[in-house]
Ligand binder design. Structure first.
Ligand code: NDP
Length: 354
C-alpha cells in the first residue's frame, strides 16, 4: 500500500530572499507499510510552523543545526493527525507534533513525535505558538536570562510576532512597564489595545527615535528579536545593571543583496557589530544570547504554567494563517517583510480549522 505525498525540497541556496528557484515540489509515492518491530506512525500533516530560523538553515554555514542539504525536504516543525500506527503508545486519530518537513504526509518513528494533551481552552495551534518554541523562547529569555523584575522597564522588539507578543505579555504579568516595538501602525494598535502594553511604537515612523526616548527613558531589560540599528539604539538607553537578551537578529539574517528590501542600518555592507557597546561597561550591563533548545528539560513544567495562564485569559494569541503547502516558500519571506501579525503558520490539510 502507498500514498501520494507532496514534498517541497531545497533546489538551490538563495542569496537574499527565497525565490522561485529556491525550492522544487515533487509528488512522491510513500509506502504505508510501517515497521512493526519499532513503532512508527503515518501522519497527515495539518499545520506547519514558519520561523525566521528556517532562512538560516538554507545557508551552508555552521550553526546550531546542520544546514538543509540540496535535494533534501525542507525542515519544518508541524502538527499532524496519525492515520496509521504500529506504535503501542500512539494511536490512530492522535494529534502529534514533530519535525515533518514541508510535505503532506510523513512516516515518523514514534520517538520523534509528541502526542499533544489538549487542555480546555487550548487549541492544537497553541503548540506551535505560546505552548511551542516561540512561547518557551519568550519565557526563558525573559525569566531566566533577563530575570525581569516587577517595576522594571522592558523593551521588546519584533513585538507583534510569535516570540515578541508572548514576551510583552509575560513582562506585563511580571509587573514590568512594557514598551513594544513593531513595524506598522496595525501592529502598534494590536499591541496597545489587545495585549495592553504600556506603549507601542512603530520603528518605521520618522519620529521613532524621539518617541522611543520619550516613552522609554532608560531601560532595565531589552528583549532583542531584531538586532541591527534598534539594538544599537537600546544600547544607548541602558540603566545601571541592565540586561540585553539576544534572542534573535532578524534584520541581519539575510545576506546582503543589492536592492534587497530590508530595514537595516547598513544597507550596502555587512553588519559591523555593536556600535554602542561601550555603554555596557559604563552601565555594568549584560548582553547574552541563548537558545531555547538548551532548556528542553524544563519545557513540560513551563507548558503547564503557560497553559494555566491561557485558561485564565492572561495570555492572548493571534495566528497568521496561510493556506496551502505550496505557499510555504513565499510565507518565509513574509517574516522578513513584516507581513505577519502573530504566529505565522501554513494550513496544509483541508480538514483542520483554526
Ligand atoms: P516573528 O513572528 O516575530 O516574525 C518576524 C518579524 O520580524 C516580522 O514580522 C517583522 O515584524 C520583524 N522584522 C523583519 N525584518 C525586520 C527588520 N529588518 N528590522 C526589524 N524587524 C524586522 O518571528 P518569531 O517570533 O518566530 O521570531 C522572532 C525572533 O526570535 C527571530 O529573530 C528568531 O530567530 C528568534 N528566535 C530565537 C530563538 C532562540 O532560541 N534564541 C527561538 C525562536 C526564535 P515588523 O513588522 O515589526 O518589522
Amino acid at each position: 500500500m502507498s500514498i501520494q505525498t507532496l514534498e517541497i525540497r531545497l533546489s538551490e541556496r538563495p542569496t537574499g530572499h527565497v525565490n522561485s528557484k529556491t525550492f522544487v515540489s515533487e509528488s512522491i509515492s510513500l509506502s504505508t507499510t510501517l515497521s512493526s518491530s519499532s513503532g512508527h506512525v503515518l501522519v497527515q500533516v495539518d499545520w506547519l510552523s514558519i520561523d525566521p530560523a528556517m532562512r538560516g538553515w538554507l545557508d551552508d554555514k555552521r550553526s546550531y543545526l546542520k544546514p538543509v542539504q540540496i535535494g533534501e525536504k525542507m525542515r519544518a516543525q508541524g502538527l499532524g493527525t496519525v492515520i496509521k500506527s504500529s506504535s503501542k503508545t500512539i494511536k490512530v486519530g492522535d494529534i502529534v507534533r514533530g519535525t515533518f518537513g514541508w510535505c503532506t504526509y510523513a512516516i515518523m518513528a514514534e520517538k520523534d513525535v509528541e502526542p499533544l494533551s489538549l487542555f480546555p481552552g487550548v487549541h492544537e495551534l497553541d503548540f506551535l505558538g505560546i505552548l511551542g518554541l516561540p512561547g518557551l523562547t519568550a519565557y526563558f529569555g525573559l525569566f531566566d536570562i533577563a530575570q525581569i523584575k516587577q517595576g522594571e522597564t522592558l523593551v521588546v522588539s519584533g513585538a507583534a510576532g510569535a516570540v515578541g507578543s508572548v514576551a510583552c505579555q509575560l513582562g506585563k504579568l511580571k509587573g514590568a512597564k512594557v514598551i513594544a516595538l513593531a513595524g506598522s501602525d496595525d501592529k502598534v494598535e494590536w499591541l496597545e489595545s489587545d495585549l495592553g502594553v504600556h506603549k507601542a511604537l512603530n520603528y518605521k515612523s520618522p519620529t521613532f527615535i524621539k518617541d522611543f526616548k520619550a516613552a522609554v527613558g532608560y531601560l532595565d531589560v531589552y528583549f532583542d528579536n531584531v538586532g541591527g540599528r534598534i539594538l544599537d539604539l537600546c544600547l544607548t538607553r541602558l540603566k545601571k545593571n541592565a540586561r540585553v537578551v539576544l534572542c534573535g537578529a532578524i534584520s541581519d539574517y539575510i545576506s546582503i543583496t543589492p536592492g534587497a528590501k530590508r530595514f537595516t542600518m547598513y544597507p550596502d555592507q555587512k553588519p559591523q557589530g555593536l556600535q554602542a557597546y561601550l555603554n555596557l561597561i559604563s552601565q555594568t550591563a549584560k548582553i547574552q544570547g541563548f537558545l531555547v533548545f538548551d532548556y528542553a528539560s524544563k519545557f513540560d513544567g513551563v507548558i503547564r504554567e503557560m497553559n494555566q495562564w491561557i485558561s485564565e485569559n492572561k495570555l492572548k494569541r493571534r495566528f497568521h494563517i496561510v493556506e496551502g503547502l505550496e505557499k510555504c516558500p513565499e510565507s518565509m519571506n513574509m517574516l522578513f517583510t513584516g507581513a505577519n501579525i502573530g504566529k505565522l503558520v501554513v494550513k496544509v490539510s483541508a480538514k483542520v480549522s483554526p
